[in-house]
Design a protein around this ligand. Structure first.
Ligand code: ATP
Ligand code: MG
Length: 410
């Protein structure tokens, strides 16, 4: 248990407020996992929280939250939320989607507006009591992931819950309850209406929190992959996508890197996920007479343009994804100036890792991979700096020689 979250709860309780640790942190603690962060729910309003923790930051415009720093840990303190006052258009979209969720409520109301029963447990870390209004404790023991209330209504209110279902099944090793499972397929098309920026955030959570392989399996099983990545091959608008070893190994590698605390970037993952459509389109354009490199650039642009309509891809990532793709043909120049300049590219390492991935599906690339693996060892021996120094005088000499005749003529 996090002593800092406990301290936040204790201080609120001392001022006669109700306060609990909630959501994913309670669920993970009960499963014996280490929660990645701690959320606290309270009946104190954000302004009241501020009186207890004067140095906290109030964030969010519509629904204000307090960010309390305690012993270097950030604890998010939210006021209990309640049901919407009415079903008017102000809060709900015509198809039932909740647009705003900004009404305060009491403990029980806060429990039932959460998504899954296992995410709606309230733990008082001071007394050790758990408040469970929705049967979450039993579901946790039975490893059942169940939406609270009527599954269709809850998916309609927020279709992102479909993706959260896949993510939790993968992360927690749970199975969906019958009702929760039954409506996944018919609700999947609703994801199309979710703002692309939110879907991008969800994609990051799906694939960059250490369970990418199992999440992809769950997305495939629930036939949600193609709603997220419509450019992938497959049947129907939603449905299973054609994946293959390249994508699967990319997911495994990502999970491994996270497990050993190495950084991961959505740029690389997206390069892997979207590679087949890019390659196929580039081949098509090449067959129509376009130069190989140009075909690849155009295919990259076309596929990206389609993908960002569904999940936004911030430019800082899409630029890198594109570089990873367009550097691939350059690996064919294994020697000379072109090879040396390739190795000096900022994205060389990512592009090389991507080449290794491609070799998972194409035996013929194995020897090319070996070449570049060896080539890098060579660079390590001839430290980068010396290598750069060696090249410079040569280039200057070349220029001078070419210039001399022109000077003489004038
Ligand atoms: P993790 O942080 O491990 O991904 P989590 O359950 O903490 O899982 P968060 O996205 O951090 O997930 O959300 C915190 C809590 O807020 C959830 O446990 C759930 O109770 C509630 N919640 C989050 N998203 C939704 C949603 N779309 N609909 C209803 N409740 C939600
Ligand atoms: Mg969380």
């Amino acid at each position: 248990m996090c002593p800092h979250a406990t301290e936040v709860v204790r201080r609120l309780q001392q001022e006669d407020f109700e306060a609990y640790i909630v959501g994913g942190s309670v669920r993970d603690l009960l499963l014996g996992k280490v929660p990645k962060d701690y959320d606290v729910a309270t009946d104190a309003t954000p302004e009241e929280v501020k009186t207890v923790f004067p140095r906290c930051r109030l964030i969010g415009r519509r629904f204000r939250l307090a960010h309390v720093r305690m012993g270097g840990t950030l604890i998010e303190v939210a006021t209990f939320r309640g049901p919407q006052v009415s079903d008017d258009d102000d809060h709900k979209h015509k198809n039932g989607r909740i647009l705003r969720d900004n009404v305060w409520g009491n403990l029980e109301e806060d429990a039932v507006r959460r998504d899954f029963t296992v995410n709606a447990l309230f733990l008082d870390p001071v007394s050790g009591d758990i408040q469970d209004f929705v049967g979450g404790y039993k579901d946790l023991a039975d490893r059942k992931l169940r939406l609270i209330g009527d599954a269709r209504t809850r998916y309609r209110e927020d279709p992102v819950r479909l993706l959260r279902a896949a993510r939790f099944v993968a992360k927690l090793g749970m199975e969906l309850g019958d009702e929760t499972a039954k409506h996944v397929h018919d609700m999947a098309p609703l994801l199309v209406d979710i703002p692309p920026a939110r879907l991008f955030e969800e994609v990051c959570k799906l694939f960059m929190t250490g369970h990418a392989s199992r999440t992809l399996e769950a997305l495939q099983r629930f036939q949600l992959t193609r709603v997220l990545f419509p450019v992938l091959d497959g049947k129907g608008k939603s449905g299973k996508a054609k994946t293959g070893p390249l994508m699967e190994v990319a997911m495994k590698n990502t999970d491994h890197r996270i497990a050993i605390d190495k950084p991961v970037t959505p740029a690389f993952l997206l390069a892997a996920i979207l590679w087949h459509p890019v390659r196929e389109r580039a081949e098509e354009l090449h067959a129509q007479g376009m130069q190989e490199y140009q075909a690849l650039e155009q295919a990259a642009d076309e596929v990206m343009a389609k993908q960002v309509q569904r999940t936004a891809i911030p430019r800082r990532f899409s630029v890198v994804t594109r570089q990873i793709w367009t550097m691939q043909p350059r690996f064919n120049h294994t020697h000379g100036r072109r090879a040396r300049s390739l190795m000096k590219e900022r994205r060389f390492r990512a592009a090389y890792d991507f080449l290794l991935l491609r070799a998972e599906e194409d035996e013929n690339l194995k020897s090319l991979c070996d070449h570049w693996t060896e080539a890098q060892k060579g660079v390590e021996l001839n430290t980068g700096q010396n290598d750069r120094y060696k090249n410079k005088p040569q280039r200057r000499q070349g220029r001078r020689r070419r210039r001399r005749p022109t000077t003489k003529q004038t």
